[in-house]
Design a protein around this ligand. Structure first.
Ligand SMILES: [Zn+2]
Length: 387
């Protein structure tokens, strides 16, 4: 019974150790797979969102073309409206003139009516008799002729004036109706143009709203892509950490300064008079003055490919920073250290301490000599390091 208990405890321990062992190994693999899956999914989303941003920009471009056509139509319509407004004003002026003429004719008619009243008053001088009675009332032939002549001239004068007046009023009235017809025609064209203008304005507004929407969508997708690309970079770094296999990546526009707090340049990249050899030669890096023992940190993520004494470079670290998005291979070299803090094969993260400032190798005092190599070609580190 006791023996069986011991056996059970042993079995339990083996099982527990096995679980501990596997849990130490398997989660890494599982986590790497999950992260990779997450990264792949994110990369697919980035592609989709880039397409979506491009599609929205395309929509906005098409709408902008339509908008230009609407603007042209609007300008044409407004020019026509101006033209017809001018014609309307002109017709209105003629209508006003015709009205004045008509008023004048009416005044003339009133004057005539007054004259007619006077003629009637003249007739009353002969009492309330009619023309015949006036004639038959003649006392003799001479008187008759005289009366007849008076009546005839009165009647002729009345008829003449009446005919003239009717003619004038008819003419003016006809002219006025003609102008009114013209005016109404212009006005109806103008009303149609105004409806057209309002319709175009509504279309412009609608189009502008659609353009604004497409543009804001494009901006949204672009911002999303920007954020997702950052997330993807973080996932790549995470993956590199889990794998520890040198699959690290960097934001090469953000390589940090290797000696924080020390920014003085004692010797620039390029051809210069060598202080030790005493002749003109190429200086393949930048010398940063820093006090002895200052930590030299990794400007980016990478793999240590050299960490040892390296001839004139003294104690030296070379970091492989991997590939940028264009397929360029990046390496950095840190020379003259007093002490090394990493070993070949180490995966380091941006900010990790690589070594400490010293003056080993060909050096006249404590400083960091830092080099940037892109595809094996030395570049000016000042173009890439962010202070
Ligand atoms: Zn140097």
């Amino acid at each position: 019974m006791k023996k069986k208990t011991v056996k059970n405890i042993a079995l339990f321990l083996i099982l527990a150790l096995s679980i501990t062992f596997f849990s130490a190994v398997i989660p890494n693999k599982v986590q790497a797979e999950a992260t990779q899956e997450q990264l792949d999914q994110l990369l697919q989303e980035i592609e989709n969102n880039k397409d979506a941003a491009a599609a929205q920009e395309e929509i906005a471009a098409v709408l902008n073309n339509e908008m230009r056509r609407l603007d042209e139509q609007m300008a044409e319509t407004q020019a026509l409206i101006d033209d017809y407004n001018e014609q309307k004003d002109e017709a209105q002026a003629r209508l006003d003139a015709a009205q004045l003429e008509l008023d004048k004719a009416t005044a003339e008619r009133i004057t005539y009516q007054q004259m007619l009243d006077e003629r009637i008053a003249v007739m009353y001088m002969y009492g309330d008799m009619g023309y015949l009675e006036v004639l038959f009332g003649a006392e003799n032939f001479s008187d008759f002729i005289s009366r007849l002549f008076t009546i005839q001239s009165i009647m002729s004068y009345d008829n003449e004036i009446a005919a003239k007046l009717i003619e004038t009023e008819k003419t003016i009235e006809a002219k006025k109706i003609e102008i009114e017809t013209e005016y109404n025609k212009i006005n109806s064209i103008l009303e149609n143009l105004k409806v057209q203008e309002a319709n175009l304005a509504a279309q412009q507004e609608e189009k502008q709203d659609a353009i604004d929407l497409a543009m804001s969508n494009a901006v949204y997708y672009t911002a999303l892509v920007e954020q997702q690309e950052k997330d993807a970079l973080a996932l790549r770094r995470e993956l590199a950490q889990i794998n520890g296999s040198g699959e690290y990546s960097n934001d090469f526009s953000y390589l940090i300064w290797p000696t924080p707090g020390y920014y003085g340049i004692t010797d620039e990249f390029g051809y210069r008079w060598h202080p030790i050899s005493g002749y003109w030669s190429m200086h393949y890096g930048t010398d940063i003055g820093a006090s002895y023992g200052t930590p030299i940190i990794a400007p980016g993520n990478g793999k240590v490919i050299l960490s040892s004494w390296y001839g004139g470079y003294g104690y030296c670290v070379v970091l492989d920073l991997g590939e940028d998005e264009y397929g360029n291979q990046w390496k950095m070299l840190f020379a003259h250290a007093s002490r090394l803090n990493v070993s070949v094969g180490d995966i380091v993260q941006q900010g990790d301490i690589l070594s400490y400032v010293g003056s080993t190798g060909n050096s006249t005092g404590p400083h960091l000599h830092v080099e940037v190599m892109i595809n094996g070609v030395n570049k000016d580190p000042m173009d890439y390091l962010v202070r």
